[in-house]
Write a protein that binds this ligand. Sequence first.
Ligand SMILES: [Zn+2]
Length: 332
Amino acid sequence: MDCHVHYSSPGGPEWIARFTDPLPEISMRAVELAETSLRSGVTTARDVGAPEGVSIRLARAARAGEVRAPNIRAAGTWIAHRGTYVSFARLFKEAGELRNAIKTEIEAGADLIKVALAGWNEGARPQDAPDIPFDKKLLAVAVEEAHKAGFKIACHANDAASCRIAAHAGVDSLEHGMFLEAQDLEAMVKYKTYLVPTMSVWDAMLYYARAVDWPEARRKRAEDLRQGSRVAVTAGIKAGVRIALGTDAGGGAARHGRIAREAELMVECGMEPRDALIAATSSAAALIGESERGTIEAGKIADLVLLDANPLENIGALRLIVDVFQEGRRVG
Ligand SMILES: [Zn+2]
């Protein structure tokens, strides 16, 4: 299971621009990328945000058997504060608008809510405004609204201030979390908040920094993010934070179909191969809310990946896919 994908973008060096491609292109590509993902062994995925709610339509098509795709749980469109983060998210300014945004996503058919904390975009910060406008109070509103409706809430946090706010808010999962500190990790244990580290993104960014010859400042940022992520994940493992595997394929430079890399990075950060597999199966199932999936047991749905070697001995064996089975049927 991959708990953090965006089938609406292919990833790669210009991933953000790909989210603003014409809608027909985004839609057709999403179908293709979901199939790529399935063939790479992802039988269930959480699509945590797409322009115009494309992910909801894709999840529906997958459920109806209209397309070859993983079982998808979709957040519709991201929810973010006006003036921050990406402009194609659903934007709000006040608590009332935030509540409406969440209701709108639920009515549109979202399976979960995805909010994004972030600082003001360059130059957009009004005078006397806080650094992070989507603050503790507003996040509490979002958590309350989502949980009241029986929905889980995932929170994008990729700077120190956002990590601090998200870790103490009781969200179901904290996405990215590169700058989580000891007290944040403690709070996540207390609130039973999952960390979805998405380390594949920084790994891929560094690759493109070299391959595409990025400017020095952008390369440096990629290095810092990777380092921050490794420190946070290593500390999170030690602190006993629940961790679920997610690549952020499409939502960053990471491409689809390479889930094995994320598991390798987890092991590099000190996780036992067994625990990396649990992060990608039963823990992921618990986070996504898939009680019929995630373990191999009599009576459960038979989503299976057949490998040529034992991943408990070498996690890289996840690359050696022989076959993929979905609900007992061979789809690989
Ligand atoms: Zn993402």
